[in-house]
Ligand binder design. Structure first.
Ligand SMILES: C[S@@+](CC[C@H](N)C(=O)[O-])C[C@H]1O[C@@H](n2cnc3c(N)ncnc32)[C@H](O)[C@@H]1O
Length: 249
């Protein structure tokens, strides 16, 4: 999941990439953004992609920095929302060793720290801290490893979507999968994607100088995981983790 991957994905983004805003029926993320918003404050949308959160952010903040590693994503977002005149678009690699950024009052980062590279994730979390002024607020959403495992258990126990027909990997592929799962990396649509434990998320943010306020589930329907979810399958539902935090150091 490098820059090339996201540039290639950009033109087909809407069909290929999960829409967190549309699927968060509870509105918990929007509520968390509203709680930290102010017409005096700046916000940075880290990994903004084609700008789905801009209609939420632009009316709530003085200035919005829409940041992404993909130039094509940023161009699509800019063309889509000419009415949001307080938005500035910036190409930025949060995994770079030498990121220079003007810190903002607040930040959101919704399902953007997904890379399977540990080195890139370490830099990304350090950059998160650089993007915020002291006392700045963060809303972070990441895929949940607990949810992914729970979904796999259900799929295998009740043969959902004919899970029993899936071929087990062998040889090098199997070794790679074992090494990946040890660090919480598991495939979404055949792309190795980092998933996080709740405790891991808390530790990673604390080490970067954040005080974690809340970590909550963002629940989704089973149709986001299965083509044919069993009719009896209700809650607990699959989820992402949403974390609100304050930069204290
Ligand atoms: C799954 S999309 C999420 C988009 C958006 N936040 C949303 O919720 O609709 C992940 C985005 O993160 C961006 N991204 C990935 N790695 C990045 C990096 N190192 N620096 C900046 N953006 C990055 C990708 O280009 C992509 O647009």
């Amino acid at each position: 999941m490098d820059r090339k991957y996201w540039e290639t994905m950009a033109p087909k983004y809407d069909e290929e990439i999960f829409d967190v805003l549309r699927n968060d029926k509870s509105g918990i993320i929007v509520k968390a953004i509203e709680e930290m918003a102010s017409p005096e404050k700046t916000v940075i949308d880290i990994g903004c992609a084609i700008g789905k959160w801009l209609p939420v952010l632009s009316p709530l903040f003085k200035r919005v920095i829409a940041a992404d590693i993909s130039a094509i994503n940023l161009k699509i977002a800019e063309e889509k929302y000419p009415e949001y005149t307080n938005v500035e678009y910036e190409r930025m690699d949060m995994s770079a060793d030498d990121l220079t950024v003007t810190p903002c009052d607040t930040a959101i980062c919704i399902n953007a720290i997904l890379t399977d590279s540990l080195e890139k994730r370490i830099n990304f979390f350090q950059s998160l801290s650089l993007c915020l002024q002291k006392e700045g607020s963060l809303v972070l959403v990441v895929p949940s490893l607990e949810s992914k495992l729970y979904t796999n258990i259900i799929a295998n126990r009740w043969n959902v979507d004919d899970a029993h027909d899936d071929e087990d990997p062998a040889g090098k592929k199997a070794i790679l999968q074992i090494n990946n799962i040890k660090q919480g990396v598991t495939d979404i649509d055949n792309v190795p994607t980092k998933h996080y434990l709740k405790e891991e998320l808390e530790l990673l943010l604390t080490l970067e100088g954040f005080e974690v306020r809340r970590i909550e589930k963002i629940n989704y329907g089973w149709n986001t995981e299965f083509h044919k979810p069993p009719k009896w399958l209700k809650g607990p539902y699959p989820w992402d983790w949403m974390c609100t935090a304050k930069k204290i150091k």
